[in-house]
Design a protein around this ligand. Sequence first.
Ligand code: NAP
Length: 262
Amino acid sequence: MTTRVAVIGATGTMGRLICGLVEQADHYELVARLGSQSELSEMLGAEIAIDVTRPGVSQGVVDFACANGLRVLVGTSGWSEDRIGSLSHRLAGRDDTGVVIIPNFSIGSVLATAFATAAARFYDSIEIVEAHQAAKVDSPSGTAVRTAELIGRARAELGPVSAPHTDQRARGQQVSSVPVHSLRLAGLLARQDVFLGGPGETVTISHNTLSAQAYERGIMLALDATREARGVTVGLDQIVDLGFGTTPTPVGASVTGAGASV
Ligand SMILES: NC(=O)c1ccc[n+]([C@@H]2O[C@H](COP(=O)([O-])OP(=O)(O)OC[C@H]3O[C@@H](n4cnc5c(N)ncnc54)[C@H](OP(=O)(O)O)[C@@H]3O)[C@@H](O)[C@H]2O)c1
């Protein structure tokens, strides 16, 4: 049986990639492609809406889709912890809809964040440098915010990282006490480095997205998970077992992933 899918943001870079993947998949049917000139009602008739638009647009898309009983997969940036919490509250008790929010569809990026989170208890000096293409409108990136939040959570009993002179602007924006530095450069797609320092050593955890192909596997895994989604699920790590001994929260539970922010 095929599942009917509408892509909102279909004319964009991510939207075009996702439309191609959905069209190639046997068990999905692409029934609508929406752009900025479309009416949201054009998604009606689909069972799943995939939102890859803009941070200021995404919430309206999600609210409309949920109000009309569609399940939603969100790849758009800008979903803060507050916004996710409020959505989770609104969807509580609803069986007919659910939202899966994926800050980063790349398996490698999710692994790199998990590695950094695992290392965070062992080092007091931790800083993140993220670099994206010049056209990216938001900073720091959702992935950097999420990485910092998870690091903060992993260090809950140890306290904030050691980050001197953060009153100086060049020391970055602190997220969960971790300084985050954003580069916006022509020629780049996406890169993130987490630097950890301790007595006599440093560890660097790097992830480099070389092409949008890096998102393909995660997009299909997330789309499969969205078919049965209820409540709000955040992060590929909640869908895929990364082998860190934690069980992904089943899709369907009304949860947010730890320290969620997109
Ligand atoms: N989760 C991930 O792994 C991941 C990876 C990369 C990017 N992203 C995020 O995904 C989002 C899209 O990225 P992108 O590079 O594809 O951006 P993009 O190329 O600028 O595309 C944006 C899309 O949104 C559409 N849009 C804008 N306003 C709209 C509205 N009011 N209603 C409906 N559609 C509207 C645009 O339509 P028009 O062409 O008609 O203007 C276009 O199709 C961004 O937030 C980005 O940060 C996420």
